[in-house]
Design a protein around this ligand. Structure first.
Ligand code: FAD
Length: 447
């Protein structure tokens, strides 16, 4: 079958849905959205676990309370999304060693300040093109230093470097704790321009389980082929697949191939893998008072079940713990059985809380790295971004326009980055469509 449309959007995550909404608001309705998965949302994804709704992907609305309003916070307000304030800056005072002792706050603070200073010095060196001493390669470091290095670099770079999200939108973060999930925001958006009934999208312009395999593009348009051999012909394509998907050749092929400046830019962006492992217990055995939501385990291996959070603030009585692993550790646990991961996590918890604690009764391990429609959690730009890199990542190639979290210069890695990229890419496309229309009228008039 062949379907024709004016704009075809690949991907129904926050950026793709936003793009479709902006098109609709500007009178472009002749749109088809192809989504590989059987649902919308992409990296915003909830699942029922241990009697509550947990977020496997994005969990926080980051950047709230500043001078400018975070558009995702605004959407959350309009959709009555349930959230709770979350503050992990105290996590560094809840660091356990492997005998269950909490490091004295003075020791933790000293290690923390040292880590911040050295990260700042390292950045300055990079900035002046003088590599200097690379902290990560010098000498063995103690478990507490490794734990702090992990939370600093994998969670809180804001202490080292101004991050646009916090500078522009504010320093507060809110955890989404809503049974309808973070994805409720996407359904609320979709409702405004797609035909929906009882919370279900029934509009035929959204096509689920459609895996795009090939984009054949020319001066006249783009032909899109899917894995199930459907063909779509579009004037323009908005491609929102993640940087991980773009980097892996197995996924989408381009004919003619993408130019070198584009493929180089794509390969120059790192992918962060970020995994939240959820564990359900028959009862709680961890402290729950103020400033105890987050705690840290100091181990001789960096990032080994380091960062913990209890879910009592979000869902009191849920008896759920979340431990976050990143990059190599994420890939390692994705490759092993969940039973093995539960065994490792239990051993760590017993080191912290003693041998009498109960076994977990259930575990949930998301696999973002092995998901072929994601290949990672989010883009991780070098701290000093060279202008050309961002320009190249977001620049269209002919009639193919790129969008998604990774194309947001200031907010890459975030939900609002995805949202704002959808807006920005679509504005650029609308301008191009207008320019093309004008060119056609001029040509027509000259005959
Ligand atoms: P996506 O959501 O990935 O949308 C792209 C869509 O394209 C997907 O639905 C995918 O299935 C589809 N697709 C891919 N390939 C094809 C194909 N070949 N054919 C058709 N469709 C295809 N952000 C925050 O703001 N706060 C957080 O707390 C936070 N935590 C996170 C934790 C995790 C574990 C992860 C994974 C992400 C987190 N993020 C967080 C980042 C945030 O989720 C993303 O930045 C954002 O959701 C990306 O939206 P997107 O539209 O760019 O991409």
């Amino acid at each position: 079958t062949r379907t024709r449309c004016s704009v075809l959007i690949v991907g129904a995550g926050i950026s793709g849905i936003t793009a479709a909404k902006v098109l609709a608001e500007n009178g472009v309705d002749d749109v088809v959205i192809l989504e590989a998965a059987d649902r919308i949302g992409g990296r915003i994804r909830k699942e029922e676990f241990g009697g509550v709704t947990v977020e496997l992907g994005a969990g926080w609305i980051a950047g709230v309370g500043g001078k400018q309003m975070n558009p995702v916070w605004e959407l959350a307000g309009r959709s009555n999304l349930r959230t709770c304030f979350s503050d992990y800056s105290n996590a560094r005072y809840n660091i356990y060693d492997n005998t269950g002792k909490i490091f004295p706050s003075g020791v933790a603070a000293e290690s923390y300040n040292k880590a911040v200073e050295s990260a700042i010095a390292k950045l300055r060196n990079q900035d002046s093109d003088n590599p200097g001493d690379d902290e990560t390669t010098t000498g063995p470091r103690s478990p507490i230093d490794l734990a702090i290095d992990f939370i600093l670099h994998d969670f809180e770079m804001a202490e080292v470097e101004p991050i646009s999200t916090y500078v522009d939108f504010g320093e507060k973060e809110f955890l989404v704790a809503d049974e309808r999930g973070y994805e409720h925001l996407l359904y609320k958006m979709a409702e405004t321009f797609l035909f929906t009934q009882q919370g279900k999208i029934l509009d035929t312009r959204l096509k689920l389980n459609k895996v795009v395999r090939k984009l054949q593009h020319s001066r006249n348009g783009v032909t899109v082929k899917t894995e199930d051999d459907c063909i779509y012909e579009a004037q323009y394509v908005i491609l929102s697949a993640s940087i991980g998907v773009l980097q892996s050749n197995l996924n989408i092929s381009f004919s003619p191939p993408l130019p070198r400046w584009k493929t180089e830019a794509i390969s120059n962006i790192d992918i962060m893998v970020y995994t939240k492992v959820f564990l359900k217990f028959p009862h709680k055995f961890w402290p729950c008072g103020p400033d105890k939501e987050f705690f840290i385990y100091a181990h001789e291996r960096r990032g080994y079940y380091t960062f913990w959070q209890h879910m009592e603030n979000a869902y009191p009585g849920s008896n759920i713990l979340v431990v976050t692993l990143t990059n190599g550790e994420s890939q390692r646990i994705e490759a092993q059985s969940d039973e093995e991961t539960m065994r490792e996590a239990m051993e760590v918890l017993r080191n912290m809380f003693g041998h009498d604690i109960p076994d977990a009764v259930d575990i949930l391990v998301p696999r973002w790295w092995n998901n072929r429609f994601q290949r990672g959690s989010y883009s991780n730009y070098p701290i000093y971004v060279d202008r050309q890199l961002v320009d190249d990542i977001k620049a269209p190639v002919g009639r193919i326009f790129f969008t998604g979290e990774h194309t947001s210069e200031k907010f890459n890695g975030y939900v609002h980055g995805g949202y704002l990229s959808g807006v920005e890419t679509t504005k650029a496309l609308l301008e191009e469509m207008l320019a093309e229309k004008e060119r056609k009228t001029e040509n027509h008039q000259s005959f």
